[in-house]
Design a protein. Structure first.
Length: 159
């Protein structure tokens, strides 16, 4: 990362931290603010947050790495979260997952090279009775049981 970009991240974090000055438990809300503004919480942001909140980088990194919502690199334009928990798996989830990844041309846990889509695992969406399930840009998609459902997801991702 260039010095200019690092300074821009520091300035952003300073502005966001100032907005939460005096708030108890400001770390998580501040990290969410940064994720929202930057699309990521990278090393420069971790260092800036540590400085702003008088924490160690290790403390901030520990929180960032614990919560899957925080990412070091921005997600793709579309975000597909596919359920890998037991109920969806028992309904053929692994086979569907492989077909979905192939159709979307992206490996699980990755963002496609053109930045169009990120495919990530999620562990239970609370819709177990109608799985296999996914969230596509935050909207639930249930009964992903074949080509038609996969094509609907692919059409959303292509938009
Ligand atoms: S196991 Fe997939 S939604 Fe619960």
């Amino acid at each position: 990362m260039s010095i200019e970009k690092e300074e821009a991240v520091e300035a952003l974090v300073a502005r966001l931290a100032a907005a939460r000055k005096g708030e108890r438990g400001a770390l998580l809300p501040l990290l969410h603010d940064i994720q929202h503004e930057l699309g990521r919480v990278d090393g420069a942001a971790v260092a800036a947050v540590a400085a702003e909140l008088n924490l160690s980088r290790a403390e901030v990194h520990g929180v960032v790495s614990f919560y899957h919502d925080f990412r070091e690199r921005p997600a793709g334009r579309h975000h597909v979260q596919y359920c890998r928990a037991e109920s969806c798996q028992s309904r053929g989830g692994a086979v569907i997952e492989a077909a979905l990844a192939e159709r979307l041309r992206v490996a699980m846990g990755e963002t496609r090279a053109d930045g169009q889509v990120t495919l990530e695992p999620v562990y239970c969406l609370g819709l177990c009775a109608i799985g296999p399930n996914a969230l596509v840009d935050g909207a639930p998609v249930a009964r992903i049981d074949g080509t038609a459902a996969i094509e609907r997801i692919a059409a959303t991702v292509a938009a």
